[in-house]
Design a protein around this ligand. Structure first.
Ligand SMILES: [Fe+2]
Ligand SMILES: [Fe+2]
Length: 215
């Protein structure tokens, strides 16, 4: 992104609104890499399996909505341009994840979570506040969040049947990317959060996963 000093507050507000809409409106994210699922054949899944996998992919999609919001909230308030640059690559990859998950959810005849605007707002707020506290804290949040996402992805990969190569290919690529995002946030100076903070984040993410699985 160009130097933000050229943007007026109104410009920045409009840019944020544009990003939010691009995250929340169906089919609006343009992935820069094709989905790893396209080379995999569609599996024969029964309706119970299909519903379960769609629920898991809905959780992952909502997780990506949260990631977008976190990065955008953080970019709004981060003090050092260096931090924004460090996280821009990660934020681009999150756009891919978002689009891949949405494509897969539609292939499974389902829809993204209706709660996404709510989770977007909450995560944007967390990102913006963390960015206000310090760049170290805000990068620490990214690292802790990405760690959490890797854990979810591992759990989901255990639950998704081997024959569903499409869903698995997406989650495996996402897992690699998220691990790198966590590492680059720590390398850019992110704080390692103490266990109680991580526990609080785990509890919040439980609320997200329980609800997004269903609606
Ligand atoms: Fe992601
Ligand atoms: Fe990520």
């Amino acid at each position: 992104m160009a130097n933000d000093r050229h943007y007026s507050p109104v410009d920045r507000l409009l840019l944020q609104a544009d990003m939010a809409l691009r995250t929340l409106l169906p089919f609006s994210g343009q992935p820069s890499r094709p989905s790893p699922a396209i080379v995999e054949p569609e599996a024969e899944l029964d309706s119970k399996q299909t519903r379960h996998i769609a629920g898991l992919m809905r959780i992952n999609h909502t997780g990506e909505v949260c990631a977008q919001a976190l990065y955008q909230g953080q970019a709004l308030t981060a003090k050092l341009p260096k931090v924004r640059a460090a996280m821009e690559h990660a934020a681009d990859e999150e756009v891919d994840h978002l689009a891949w998950c949405e494509q897969r959810i539609r292939q499974l005849n389902s829809h993204p979570s209706v709660l996404n605007p709510l989770f977007y707002g909450l995560s944007f707020g967390v990102g913006a506040v963390a960015g206000l506290v310090s760049d170290r804290v805000s990068l620490g949040f990214v690292a802790a969040t990405e760690d959490q996402v890797v854990k979810h992805l591992d759990e989901h990969l255990q639950q998704i049947p081997e024959e569903d190569g499409k869903s698995r290919a997406i989650l495996e690529q996402m897992r690699n990317d998220e691990q790198e995002h966590a590492n680059s946030a720590l390398n850019a100076g992110g704080a390692r959060f103490p266990a109680p903070v991580k526990l609080g984040m785990t509890m919040l993410s439980k609320v997200m996963t329980k609800t997004a699985y269903r609606i």
